[in-house]
Ligand binder design. Sequence first.
Ligand SMILES: [Zn+2]
Length: 214
Amino acid sequence: MLASEIRARIVALCRDLSRRGFLAATGGNVAIRVDEACFAVTPSAVDYAVLRPQDVCIVRLSDQARIDGDLRPSVETGLHAQVLARRPEVACSIHTHQPAASALALIGEAVAVDDAELLALLGPELPVVGYMPSGTSLLAKKLGRALRANTNAYLLANHGVVCCGPSVEAAVAAVEGLETLARRLLERRIAERASKDEADAPSLRRLLLTIDTR
Ligand SMILES: [Zn+2]
């Protein structure tokens, strides 16, 4: 794909993910590999509703220097660079604050994937990347150390998630699959609390009903 096609693809992808509640306003960001030396990434602080292809930045993989585009690259460009540099088979990396999976990231426990379809998509165990402030190289390095060859979803403690895949479609499927899994696990936790008669179960269930990215 040409860089111009990738830029248009990122705009369409961001609009679609926003419409479905995975990205909100300027929250979250997307990167697609252009070639072995560079990748395209969403700009910093531009609302996805008004994002244009020419706003998408092209940056060098080795040092994240901007090669093309007038705007500043996303503050999380370093996160995507870690994924694309350490996982040569990955074509697309998506960082979101998607509701159910981000709630799961607040719990801060690695997640074992027991569903065969989701396991093929996401990997056997989804690690938690310890908290570091967003947009810092410290967070990017922590993610870099957590990356595994067969794992396409990572929970960023107290923050959100990073999903990736060998194609744009696979990365989007990982975002969707992770949200499905997270919702299922949260519902299971609430059911367990309710069965123990814990007082907060009804309010947790109401909260989960307000989260809807399906
Ligand atoms: Zn974020």
